[in-house]
Write a protein that binds this ligand. Structure first.
Ligand SMILES: Nc1ncnc2c1ncn2[C@@H]1O[C@H](COP(=O)(O)OP(=O)(O)O)[C@@H](O)[C@H]1O
Ligand SMILES: [Mg+2]
Length: 283
C-alpha cells in the first residue's frame, strides 16, 4: 500500500482588487513524494516551506490545484463516497497537540468510541469498549481503565499525544500523516512518543509521513527524507546520505541549525555536570 503525491501544486491568493495587485503564494509547487506502509518517511523544511499544505492535500482535506494524490494506485479525487471513506480509514492524521485536537468536553472513552463507531470497527457496546481498551494499551496508556474517564486537561502533553495516536489507530490505518506531532513536547517526552511510533511501525506495519522542522528527530528514525523549501522538494535522500553529503544550501542550513541546537544542549549538559551551586545551609 503506497500513498503517493504526484506533481501536487497549491496556490493561495487574494483576488486582485482595483489598484492593488493580487498576492499569490505558491505554497506547494509540483511536489512528488511517496510513502509505503511500513516506511518512516520524513519531510523537513523551515517554517512556511509548504509542509502542512502538502500534508492537508495528502490527507484529502484540501484539493490540489494540479496533480493527484493516490493510495494503492487509486486516485482520491473524483472517487465515490465509499472509496473516500476507505481512504480515510487507510490514511490517518496525527497533528500537533496544543490541545486543539481533542475536544475538551469529551472523555478519552467517548472520543475513541466515537471513532470506532464512525468507522464501523465495532458495532455493539462491549466490542467498542474492548477496542478502545486494546488501543489504549497499544499506545502505552496502561492500565487502560485509568485513562478511560479522563478529560484532555487531566492528561499530560505526552499522554494527550498518545490518545491522539490511539484515535488515529482505531480505523486500522496503513499510513499515518504526522504534522509536527512531537514538536511541542519536551525532549524526553518527544523521544518516548517517537519510540512508540517506531514500535507501531514494527508491530503493525504502519507507514509514516512524518513532518517536522527539526532534523534531530530525523536522524535516528527516518528511512527516507524529503527537504522542502518555498513549496518545492529541493533534496531527497536517506538520512545517512543527507547527513554526510548534503547537496542543497537549504539542507546545510537546516543541518547547521541542528548543530547549533546540539551545542546549546551540550553546553547545558556540561554546566549541569559541574553541578548546581552549593546550597547555603542555614546555621
Ligand atoms: N489557508 C491559507 N491561505 C493563505 N495562505 C496560506 C494558507 N495556508 C498556508 N498558506 C501559506 O502557504 C505557505 C506554506 O504554508 P505551510 O504549508 O503552513 O508551511 P509549513 O507547514 O512548512 O510551515 C506559507 O507562505 C503560508 O503563509
Ligand atoms: Mg506547518
Amino acid at each position: 500500500m503506497r500513498l503517493r503525491a504526484e506533481s501536487l501544486t497549491k496556490t493561495f491568493g487574494r483576488k486582485q482588487r482595483p489598484g492593488k495587485p493580487g498576492l499569490q503564494v505558491r505554497a506547494v509547487d509540483s511536489v512528488n513524494v511517496s510513502v509505503n506502509a511500513g516506511d518512516f518517511v520524513t519531510i523537513v523544511g523551515e517554517s512556511g516551506s509548504g509542509k502542512s499544505t502538502l500534508a492537508r492535500m495528502m490527507l484529502g482535506l484540501i484539493t490540489p490545484d494540479e496533480g493527484r494524490v493516490s493510495i494503492g494506485g487509486v486516485s482520491i479525487a473524483g472517487t465515490s463516497r465509499k472509496e473516500q471513506f476507505k481512504f480515510r480509514s487507510a490514511v490517518q492524521a496525527v497533528l500537533q497537540d496544543p490541545s486543539g485536537s481533542l475536544n475538551p468536553r469529551k472523555t478519552v472513552r467517548t472520543a475513541l468510541a466515537e471513532v470506532a463507531r464512525l468507522h464501523g470497527v465495532a458495532t455493539n457496546r462491549s466490542d467498542i469498549d474492548a477496542k478502545v481498551r486494546e488501543t489504549l494499551s497499544l499506545v502505552g496508556l496502561t492500565p487502560a481503565g485509568t485513562y478511560l474517564d479522563r478529560y484532555p486537561h487531566e492528561l499530560s502533553g505526552g499522554q494527550r499525544q498518545r490518545v491522539l495516536i490511539a484515535r488515529a489507530l482505531i480505523p486500522g490505518p496503513k499510513i499515518i500523516v504526522a504534522d509536527e506531532a512531537v514538536s511541542a513536547l519536551d525532549v524526553s517526552v518527544k523521544s518516548g512518543i517517537l519510540s512508540l511510533m517506531c514500535d507501531l511501525q514494527k508491530r503493525l506495519g504502519i507507514g509514516y509521513l512524518f513532518i517536522t522542522h527539526d532534523l534531530t528527530v530525523v536522524k535516528k528514525v527516518a528511512d527516507y527524507v524529503y527537504v522542502m523549501q518555498n513549496g518545492r522538494v529541493v533534496e531527497e535522500a536517506t538520512p545517512a546520505e543527507l547527513f554526510t553529503n548534503p547537496q542543497h544550501d537549504c539542507t546545510r542550513s537546516l543541518l547547521n541549525a541542528r548543530l547549533e541546537l546540539d551545542d546549546v544542549l551540550q553546553e547545558r549538559y556540561t554546566n549541569h555536570e559541574q553541578g548546581p551551586p552549593a546550597l547555603s545551609v542555614g546555621h
